[in-house]
Design a protein around this ligand. Structure first.
Ligand code: PRT
Ligand code: ZN
Length: 283
């Protein structure tokens, strides 16, 4: 049995549970308890506050966990990054009142900065050779300058809307963050084998993301030209249609690439183009 620590509620919860579900793991989360066991995979889920996840994994109370990179780096616990998960993307930035002119990071010399991330901020300012004071607060960091608690803030930014509504301006991006799957450094062979199975499934889900299964019909004489513009992962499948002189072409494409080449495909005579989602993909 492998134990995974997952945020009990908050920004990481839904994407983490969705990832497990897409990996085919069914968890009885109807009545959410502290510990829930999967019905069809040797995994149990321990629901925690995200702040506690790095330490829980480092100590071995949980074997693996999903946590924001910002939280993992700040806590500085001994655990491995097993996989970058690509969701809950955000950045940790310095921001100051928007009316103030900003000449560069030396502006912060002697200033007070409000943050929930004193460790990351201290390391950054030491590297920059800037001496400042830190005012640690948990939550609502963005109101600190407005009420005279600090000169600037160091906080998570996603869309930037929170900064704007508090008359703040982002002046330095210190780190990028995304959800990480972290793991205990001393997993025994049984647990490692379960983790490997889980990673295999996660890989299949991640590979399928942004990929589309594309089908189209085209005059057989144009098939070669069409294949030349298709950047599929493997050679496409070509099948004759019942109508003489026409073929059906099937391939897998990055959605981004699809929009780039759709015009070319139509110009080459492709029609009846169907684009279908792919749930899982094993290369
Ligand atoms: O209760 P618990 O301690 O478990 O949760 P929490 O409140 O500490 O964390 P939570 O659920 O808010 O966030 C969990 C993780 O999501 C964070 O550690 C980040 O890794 C990631 N994440 C991604 C974010 C955001 N985007 C985000 N926008 N975490 C917080 N925010 C906040 C930010 O603090 C600011 O107040 O949203 C506001 C900024 O958003 P924008 O879009 O206005 O810029
Ligand atoms: Zn938290």
């Amino acid at each position: 049995m492998l134990r995974i620590a997952v945020q009990s509620k908050g920004r990481l919860y839904e994407d983490t549970m969705a990832l497990l579900q897409e990996a085919g793991i069914k968890i009885n989360s109807s009545k959410r308890t502290l510990l829930a066991e999967a019905r069809n995979f040797p995994l149990e889920v321990l629901f925690l506050r995200d702040d506690d996840i790095p330490q829980t994994v480092a100590s071995g109370v949980a074997d693996i966990g999903v946590v924001g990179e910002n939280e993992f780096v700040e806590r500085n616990e001994q655990a491995d990054i097993v996989r970058r998960l690509g969701f809950s993307k955000c950045r940790l930035s310095l921001a100051i009142p928007k009316s103030i002119e900003y000449p560069g990071v030396s502006w912060f010399d002697g200033k007070t900065i409000a943050t929930s991330y004193p460790g990351i901020l201290t390391r950054f300012m030491n590297e920059q050779g800037v001496r400042m004071n830190i005012h640690v607060i948990q939550g609502s960091v963005e109101i600190a300058p407005g009420i005279g608690l600090s000169d600037g803030i160091f906080d998570i930014v996603s869309s930037g809307a929170t900064l704007i509504s508090n008359n703040l301006r982002e002046v330095e991006v210190v780190m990028q963050s995304e959800a990480l799957l972290i793991g205990n450094k001393q997993l025994d062979a049984d647990k490692q084998a379960i983790l490997d199975q889980l990673l295999f499934r996660i890989q299949a889900v991640q590979t399928a993301e942004d990929k589309k299964y594309v089908l189209m019909n085209a005059p057989t004489e144009r098939v070669k030209d069409i294949i030349d513009v298709l950047p599929g992962i493997k050679s496409p499948t070509v099948m004759p249609l019942a109508t003489e002189g026409w073929s059906s072409i099937h391939t897998v494409l990055d959605e981004k690439r699809f929009w780039e080449i759709i015009g070319q495909l139509k110009a080459l005579g492709a029609e009846g183009i169907l684009v279908l989602p792919i749930e899982k993909m094993i290369l």
